[in-house]
Design a protein around this ligand. Structure first.
Ligand code: SF4
Ligand code: SF4
Length: 359
């Protein structure tokens, strides 16, 4: 989902750079790749299939998904699995998920008999483990856990988001039922890797020499329920840091002081006015052309930065007029697609006012 791309958007993937990072990660021992038919404007799976030639396919487990965005009936679901096997250039998808399950998409998947099709594909040996990803709240998450004999689930989890969506409680429930737990957004779309945010004061007071990303990753690995941490990496240095941190982390590796530091860092973030956008891009396209995730990135940069506002400068001097928050007509079309439940239409006028003002 977060491979190197050419330009500012979600595609085209920079194939050469992305393949280099991917193969470097596998050479370092990373053995789980997460993709989906929708990522990088529907080019991610094809990239993965191509990049895993030359013997790399056999060194990794591939996880991909059935996304409601690309299917509208049972036949679409059946064809999708065939297409994915071809795009990924494999005869078996090791882990298969229902993607971003919401109350609405769950109804669709049930009506279309999606799980029946997936289980049939598993019987034919085309699929290994079966799971789901969701950003829904705990109660619905628990309903989902109980609704099928899943092998695994994928949830958003990091020290700043420990009580939202499935949260710690939902995660424990799933793990106790025997599901493997895969973590997404461990760095909250990159926000928890930045070194210019309010939590830096808290981390500076600690005697640990850890980057913000390391603090967050270590906190996640401290949970015994966690099987896999999915961290989007688009540079060799990120791969190296993630591998090193995974090697030295684990349940019980954080001290009480470390945990208190992370609690304070969460409080510092909660006090700031940032918008909890993870730049997933699910809200796009906007019929008015507003580049929604980009607008929130610039806004968060502005409100969280102390001193020079890169966000405001980028908005005023390096953003095309057609991309700007000012073009929002509050149609609300994007909001039902946002897994973080962000009130996009209400926020856009404020984002424009804040970024275009010189105060
Ligand atoms: S509410 Fe605004 S940002 Fe969202 S789709 Fe409509 S015009 Fe675009
Ligand atoms: S506004 Fe929501 S859907 Fe859009 S990029 Fe941000 S988190 Fe994703």
């Amino acid at each position: 989902m977060r491979l190197p791309v050419v330009g500012d958007g979600y595609s085209p993937i920079d194939y050469e750079a992305a393949e280099s990072v991917l193969r470097h990660a596998i050479d370092k021992g990373i053995n789980y790749l997460d993709t989906a038919p929708t990522y990088h404007d529907e080019t991610s799976e094809e990239f993965i299939g191509r990049a895993l030639q030359d013997g790399y396919r056999d060194k990794v487990a591939i996880a991909t998904k059935m996304s409601k965005k690309v299917v509208s009936c049972r036949e679409d679901c059946r064809l999708l699995i065939n297409d994915q096997l071809q795009r990924l250039r494999t005869d078996r998808i090791d882990l298969y998920l229902l993607h971003n399950v919401t109350k609405d998409s769950w109804r669709f998947f049930e009506d279309a008999g999606a799980l029946d099709l997936i289980e049939r594909a598993r019987d034919r040996g085309e699929i290994g483990m079966v799971g789901f990803s969701t950003h829904e709240e705990r109660d619905f998450f628990i309903e989902l856990v109980d609704s099928h004999d899943w092998d695994f689930c994928q949830i958003q989890f990091n020290y700043a988001d420990r009580f939202i969506q499935a949260g710690e409680e939902g995660m424990s429930y799933a793990a106790n039922k025997g599901l493997e737990v895969v973590i997404m957004e461990p760095l909250k779309g990159g926000m928890l890797a930045r070194d210019d945010l309010p939590y830096m004061d808290v981390f500076s007071e600690s005697d640990r020499d850890w980057s913000p990303a390391e603090w967050s990753l270590r906190w996640i690995w401290d949970h015994p329920e966690v099987s896999v941490v999915l961290s989007g990496m688009n540079a060799h240095a990120q791969v190296d840091e993630n591998c090193r941190v995974a090697e030295v982390s684990g349940p019980g590796a954080l001290s009480l002081d470390d945990l208190l530091t992370l609690d304070k860092a969460k409080d510092a973030l909660d006090r700031s006015c940032n918008i909890p956008c993870t730049s997933c891009g699910y809200c796009l396209p906007c019929p008015q052309g507003v580049q929604i995730p980009r607008m929130f990135t610039l806004f968060n940069n502005h409100v969280l930065s102390t001193g020079h506002s890169w966000g405001r400068n980028m908005y005023n001097f390096s953003t095309a007029q057609g991309d700007k928050a000012a073009n929002c007509i509050s149609c609300g079309e994007c909001e039902e697609r946002c897994p973080q439940d962000i009130m996009i239409s209400e926020l856009m006028p404020m984002v424009h006012r804040t970024l275009s003002s010189s105060d």
